[in-house]
Design a protein around this ligand. Structure first.
Ligand SMILES: C[S@@+](CC[C@H](N)C(=O)[O-])C[C@H]1O[C@@H](n2cnc3c(N)ncnc32)[C@H](O)[C@@H]1O
Length: 281
């Protein structure tokens, strides 16, 4: 129990929720920060709400809440984010992996043959796609590129920490890749419109990971233009895009020699991932 002048865990959580009021997930955020930074789990909050915290713990937690109040993602404050079956280290050089991107992992694992296959991840960021797939299929030969050397460093550190084998290459999309073809190409490119009002709430994440130009489709055009040359006949390209971009993607694909097979819907009901093959398959 907390004594006079001491701060109880429930008191601190109430303060945090009041501070974070504007955020819809205030309590969840506060609980995650409490567990990760102070080492107190939700179960022990419920079991011992009067537990007194040390002044060090209070200071550390309050500093984290102050950061969250500025809009900084919880993942950057705690330095990690769960993705598929992995826990990935993240920092401001990489996009925080999103749950909808897991659609690509599940679909590749569904489509993948029983025997070994090759896969290219374009714009690897934290390593989310490349590492989740290489983790689930240890026999796959996975190559991952990014134009950001800082993102590549984060992805490579995650690969080393998790003991997963991926080849990392610094490249502007396909430009610096040796000529070759892959069974799968996966890509979650920057696809937010430069003037999209949501950009403001995404200010902590790298512009390079988000900004898709005026119509949000610059990177998608660049990737699709060269994709047929790097996809083996019978191979598949799985591309994430904005909730309202599926038909634009289909148009760009048709002009680039790619054929849309299917569009995957995310948990919010949005068309989120387009699966394509070569038109000359
Ligand atoms: C939306 S993030 C995706 C990160 C990760 N794949 C994920 O799903 O969480 C896009 C990534 O593409 C990278 N990128 C942007 N422009 C690029 C380019 N021209 N060539 C290669 N990668 C690029 C960014 O650095 C960023 O890491």
């Amino acid at each position: 129990m907390s004594g006079p002048g001491e701060v109880s865990v429930s008191g601190l959580l109430a303060w945090a929720q009041a501070e974070l009021g504007a955020h819809s997930e205030a309590r969840t955020d506060a609980m995650v920060l409490l567990e990760s930074l102070v080492g107190i789990s939700p179960a022990s909050v419920y079991a011992r709400p009067g537990h007194a915290l040390t002044s060090c713990q209070v200071l550390e937690f309050k500093a984290a809440i102050d950061r969250r109040c500025t809009g900084e993602p919880v993942a950057y404050i705690v330095g990690e984010r769960a993705f598929h079956e992995l826990n990935l280290q993240v920092d401001r050089h990489v996009l925080v992996p999103r749950p909808e991107t897991e659609l690509i992992v599940d679909e590749v694992l569904e489509l993948a043959p029983a025997e070994a296959f090759t896969l290219l991840d374009l714009g690897v960021g934290s390593g989310a796609l490349a590492l989740a797939i290489a983790h689930a299929r240890r026999d796959a030969s996975v190559t991952a590129v990014d134009v950001s050397i800082d993102a590549l460093a984060v992805a490579a550190a995650n690969a080393a920490a998790l003991g997963i084998n991926v080849e990392f290459i610094e490249s502007n999309w396909f430009a610096d890749l040796p000529v070759q073809t892959f069974d799968f190409i996966v890509c979650n490119p920057p696809y937010v419109r430069s003037q999209d009002p949501h950009m403001q709430s995404l200010q902590f994440e790298p512009q390079l990971a988000l900004d898709g130009g005026i119509d949000g489709l610059d990177s998608i055009r660049a990737v699709l233009a060269d994709a047929p040359g790097f996809l083996r006949r019978g191979g598949r390209l799985l591309l994430e895009h904005g909730y309202d971009q599926a038909s634009a993607v289909a148009g760009i694909a048709a002009q680039s020699g790619m054929l849309v097979e299917r569009v995957l819907i995310d948990l919010a009901g949005h068309q989120r991932v387009t699966i394509m093959s070569r038109t000359d398959d």
